[in-house]
Design a protein around this ligand. Structure first.
Ligand SMILES: NC(=O)c1ccc[n+]([C@@H]2O[C@H](COP(=O)([O-])OP(=O)(O)OC[C@H]3O[C@@H](n4cnc5c(N)ncnc54)[C@H](OP(=O)(O)O)[C@@H]3O)[C@@H](O)[C@H]2O)c1
Length: 239
């Protein structure tokens, strides 16, 4: 059965991905900073779960942790780079922006590089990146978050092209959720079409198993993606 590492598995989407994939028989390597949450999840999932406490911004430790989880699980088929943060309103602007870039951009790029190197050597594998519908937008209120998700999607497109030039069967899956219930969205106002976490993750699992290059979650967000692509810049500037 397949073996998968999930970053940011202590809550929300990452936690639900771990539960649903383990239900299907996958071995799941769980990471996050909150150890007690990882222990709880291990209790819930049982033998198929392996975990390590990890702050993904510590790239050196991340390398060790991924290697250790791969050894314990006996291999790796899928790397899910899910850890991410939004704007922290309690922090000064620049500190919050810097943190978002460190987690959503730098740590994501580090995870991509680790997984790509590993799967290239192995000859096959799948990298799943948690982008967002926000990757297609530029928000005045959350400009760092939208820019960080644009980086993630654009970076994955680049890696998908890189794969074509090498002899390895590597799938790069770009997941672009709209609003989903989680700790990240707990204090977000003016949300619409908010999907329950389990429903959204079921669609994510389907997209991963079908080896999609990208998927909007839930499906209705395809409409927003289409609108985002055809709406002229001057209209966005007025919204
Ligand atoms: N919810 C939505 O509407 C939505 C929409 C589009 C995209 N997304 C994306 O989906 C992903 C998951 O978010 P979520 O909604 O499930 O929010 P969440 O419940 O807040 O989960 C975020 C996860 O990221 C982990 N994380 C954050 N900083 C980390 C760090 N420095 N090192 C390691 N792990 C870290 C957290 O674990 P610890 O705190 O334990 O470290 C947690 O497990 C994010 O990339 C988010 O941008 C969410």
């Amino acid at each position: 059965m397949k073996k998968v590492i999930i970053t940011g598995a202590t809550s929300g989407i990452g936690r639900e991905l771990a539960v649903q994939l383990a239900d299907k028989g996958y071995s799941v390597g769980l990471t996050g900073r909150r150890t007690e949450r990882l222990e709880e999840l291990k209790q819930e999932i049982g033998d198929l779960a392996f975990f390590r406490t990890l702050d993904v911004t510590d790239h050196e430790r991340a390398e060790h942790v991924y290697d250790e989880l791969i050894n314990e699980m006996g291999g790796l088929d899928i790397m899910i780079l899910n850890a991410g943060i939004g704007k922290d309103k309690l922090l000064p602007h620049w500190i919050s922006d810097k943190q978002t870039i460190e987690v959503n951009v730098l740590a994501f790029a580090h995870g991509m590089n680790f997984a790509f190197r590993y799967f290239k050597k192995q000859g096959h594998g799948q990298i799943v990146g948690m982008s967002s519908i926000a990757s297609l937008l530029a928000s005045g209120r959350a400009s760092t978050y939208t820019a960080s998700k644009h980086f993630i999607s654009n970076y994955m497109t680049g890696f998908r092209r890189k794969v074509k030039r090498i002899k390895a069967d590597i799938t790069i899956t770009d997941l672009r959720p709209g609003f989903i219930k989680s700790e990240l969205t707990d204090n977000v106002k003016n949300m619409f079409w908010v999907a329950p976490t389990d429903k959204a993750v079921r669609q994510m699992v389907k997209a991963i198993e079908r080896k999609k290059s990208h998927a909007y979650i839930t499906k209705r967000w395809r409409l927003v993606a289409w609108l985002a692509k055809i709406t002229p810049q001057f209209v966005w500037d007025r919204i």
